[in-house]
Design a protein around this ligand. Sequence first.
Ligand code: ZN
Length: 214
Amino acid sequence: MGTPSERTPLADRVEELLAGGGPLPIVAAGEPVLRRRAEPFDGQLEPALLARFVEALRVTMHAAPGVGLAAPQVGVGLRIAVIEDPATVPDEVRVARGRVPQPFRVLVNPSYEPVGAARAAFFEGCLSVPGWQAVVARPETVRLTGLDEHGRPLDEVFTGWPARIVQHETDHLDGTLYLDRAELRSLASGRAMAERWTQPTPAEAAAELGFDLP
Ligand code: ZN
């Protein structure tokens, strides 16, 4: 564990980021930090600084707005992410996508493995790839292990939309963007999404754009 008298370069970087106050700038695809495997968190930020950083991630996620944010997205290569989804969507969307509310959570050093063979395919987007969405087929249920922000073990099964969120955010920590896993023929601009593809499932988009669903 680091000590305040031996501040790490990452701690300096985070202090610098937090000095600005308010939501942090989100880095976009093309920044190498989004393509590197983030360092496991091992006390590089002392507890008070970690708490301030997590709060800044929460504020930034809300401001974006988004339902998840990984530390590399603000330029910090540590295996830390936050998630939270109020799931304020119409009933038919909630049912089709399994989009149930997900309370605020901090994931430290998370990893996941699929549970069962079922896959679900839906449009998803990323705050680091603004203006676009694409369909990604992912395991419908995953087991997530890791730690919370207090260092307590996390071992939990997620399904539906929350499972999608934890996979997307954990992937960020491995330098993977959702586009790496996407059906590229489904790539759609924000405008096309709003005008054409608001259905609860991507079935119509698959037929019209010519891509397969699981
Ligand atoms: Zn993302």
